[in-house]
Design a protein around this ligand. Sequence first.
Ligand code: BGC
Length: 751
Amino acid sequence: MNKKHFSGIISLVALICMSACTKKVEKKPIDPIEKIISEMTLEEKVGQMTNLTLATIANETDSVVVLDTAKLNDVIIKHHVGSIQNVLTHAYTLNEWHSIIEPIQKLTLEKTRHKIPFLYCIDAVHGANYVYEGIQFPHNIGMAATRNRSLVKECGAITAVQTRAAGIRYNFAPVLDVGRNQQWSRLGETFGEDTYLVTEMGVSAIRGFEGGDVSNPLHVAACMKHFVGYSAALNGKDRASANIPEIVLREHYLPSFRAAVNEGTHTLMVNSAEINGTPVHASKYLLTDVLRTELGFKGVVITDWLDIVKLQERHQVAETHKDAVLLAVNAGIDMCIVPFDFKFTEDLIALVKEGKISEKRIDESVRRILQLKKDLGLFEHPYLEQEAVDAFSKPSYTETALQAARESITLLKNSNGLLPLSEDKKVLLTGPYADALSELHGAWSYSWQGNKEELYPDSLNTLAEIFKKDSPATCLFDLSAWSKANEWNKNVLFKSAKSADVIVICAGEAAYAETPGNIPDLAFDSTQTYIIKELAKTGKPIVLILLEGRPRIIREIEPYCSAIVLAYWPGSQGAQAIYDVIYGKYNPSGKLPYTYPRYSGTLITYDHKLLDEAVEIAEPYKYSYEFDPQYPFGHGLSYTTFAYSPIKISEDTLSGTDSLKVSVTIINTGVREGQEVVELYTRDVVASITPCVKRLRRFDKVNLMPGESKTIDFILSKADLAFVNEKLETVTEPGSFEIMISDQKVTLYYK
Ligand code: BGC
C-alpha cells in the first residue's frame, strides 16, 4: 500500500466518523402524525376508527336537517369520533351541506385536544347525487357502454369538484366489482362483466376523483369497493354468499383492485358478503395477506355499513359483538361504518385493555386515517375551500353529462332503419317511465333508492317534457295509462296509437338500490309485456326505450318492437340524450358492457368456456345451442356502417418480453358521421387451463366522417395474452393465439 492510498483511507475513515458523529447529534424531526399518535389516548384513537351516520348527530324536521348540539357533543367530544357520513333521507343543497359540515369542523377544532380535523364521507357514485344542485351522470354501467376512458375521467373530476364544494372530501366510489351475474341488483353500479373493461374504466374514474393530488381543492379521496368478489353471489342477490375458487378470484375479481392500488387510490371498502364460507370482513387472508402484503395497499380500509354487527347476526361467525370486532380488526379493517351507536368503539377499547388487540395494531389504523386526512389537506385547510365552491357550477358540466348520456345509449335493434325518426312522423309517446325522473336516474339519486319523484329538481326534464318542448307538433302523449299496474286504459291508448305513425314506449324497471333491488328472476314486468303486445296489434311500429340497471328479459316482446334503445340509468341529461338519439341528432355508439341474456336461467358471460356452448345433436336426443344471448357483449348499432381492413401485425411471433403492433383500419362506409368502438379480443388456442372463447384485451373509440378512415394501432405484449394457471401464477404459455377485431382475425405465435 503506498502513502497516497494510506492517507486516502485515513481521510475516508475520518469522514465516516465525522458523519456518524454528526448523525448522533442530528435529531430526526418527529413526524407530526407520529407525534399526535404518541399523545393520543386509546379512546381518542378508537374514535378515529369510528365512522357514524349523520342521523347520530342531526334530526330532520320538515325535510330540513338540523344539527343536535347534545348529540354532536357526545359524538365528537365525548367519543372522539373522527368521521361522519351519509344523509338522513335525501340530498341537500350546497348551503345546507355547508351548514352541516362547518359547525362540526368548528367544534372538532375548537373543542378537541389534538384538533384532528373531522372528515365527511358520501356516496357520490354517478355524479354528486346527494348535492341538490349537482350533476348526475349515467351510472357506471352506462359509462362502461361509452368505452370512453377520458369521458369517465372527466365525469369523475366534475363529481369530485361538486362533492368537495359541499365540504365533503371522501367519496365512496368507484365500484370495482365485476358484474358477472346479470341479476345482481348492483349490476348498474358496475362497469359491466369484463375484468379489463372494469379495470380500465375504474382506473379512469379514480384519476378523475383523485387527480393525482387529493390536497387539491378540486379533488376527493376515492374508495375502491367492495373488496372483493361481492358481485359473485350464488343466488344473484345482494349481500349473499359466493363460492369463488382462488384461480377465478385472481383471474376475474382481483385485477381491478390491483390496478387501483397501483394507481395510489387512498381507500378501500370491504365486501359485505362472504366467500367460500368466510365473511370478507373477517378474512385476514384477503384483508391483510392479499391486500396489504401482496398488493401493497397502504391506504385506509373501511368496512361497509353495519358489517361488523353482521359478522355476529348474519354470518354467525362470532358469538358476541365483541368477538366480531376482534375478528374484523385483526383481519385488517381500519375504520368501521358502525354507523348508529358506540358498540364498536366500546368493544374495541375493551379488547385493547384486555390485551386481545395490541395498541400497535390500533396505531397502524390511526396512522393510515391521519395520513388520509393529511393528504386531503384537512390539517392545513380544514374548512370549506372557496376554490371548490367557485368551480361548483359550469355550463360545461351539463354538456359533459349530456355527452356521457348520449355515448352510453346502446341501440340494440333497428329494423328497416326505423330510427332515426324524421321530424314529420307523428309519434305517440307512452310507457310507465315516459314522464318520470326516477327511472332516468336509478339508484343513489337525491335519495338512496332514487325513487322519490318529488325530490327531483324542477329544472330536470322527463322524456315527455323534452318531446313536448322539441316536437310539439308531432307528439301525442298517453302517460296515465301506465301509472298503475293492470289499470291501463286500453281504449284511450288505442285511440292515440291509431292516429300516430310510430309508438315510442319508455319502459324497464323502477328505480332501486342494493338489497331492495333483489328480484327472483330477470323477467320483464308482466303488465308492460302485456301492454306492449297489445299495442303491437295496432300495426304501428314500436320503439322501445329501456331504462334499467340490469338486463330484464325481453325475449317475448322483442319481436313486437322494431327498434330497441337501451339507455341504462342515464342521469340528469338522459331524456335529452334519448331524444337526440331517436331523432338522429346524435348517432348512437354505445356498446353493451354485459351479455344481454335471452333466458333468466342461462346467465353466461361472453368470456365463457367453449364447453358452455357445446352443441351435440345426436338422434334421438335433441341438444340445444346453449350460448344464444339476446345480444352479445359489445353489441351496439349505429346509424352509419363501418368496415374493417384485414388486421396487420408487425411480427407473426411475439418472443419473451417483446411487444408488437397490431393495426387495423376502419372506414365509415355510410352517409353519417359516427363513432366506432374498436375492440381487440384474443383467444388462446390451447392452454393448460381451459381457455375462454375470447377475451377483451384492448379498446379504443374513433370518430369518422362519411368516407373517412383511420388506422388504430394496439401494442401488445405477453401480459395481454396471459391468464392465471393452476399454480395461481399469471402466465403466457407458448403457442398460437387468435387476435380478433370486429370481423377480422389473425393468428399470432408466442414463444
Ligand atoms: C353500500 C356501500 C356504501 C355504504 C355507505 C352500503 O350500504 O353497500 O356501497 O358505500 O352503504 O353508504
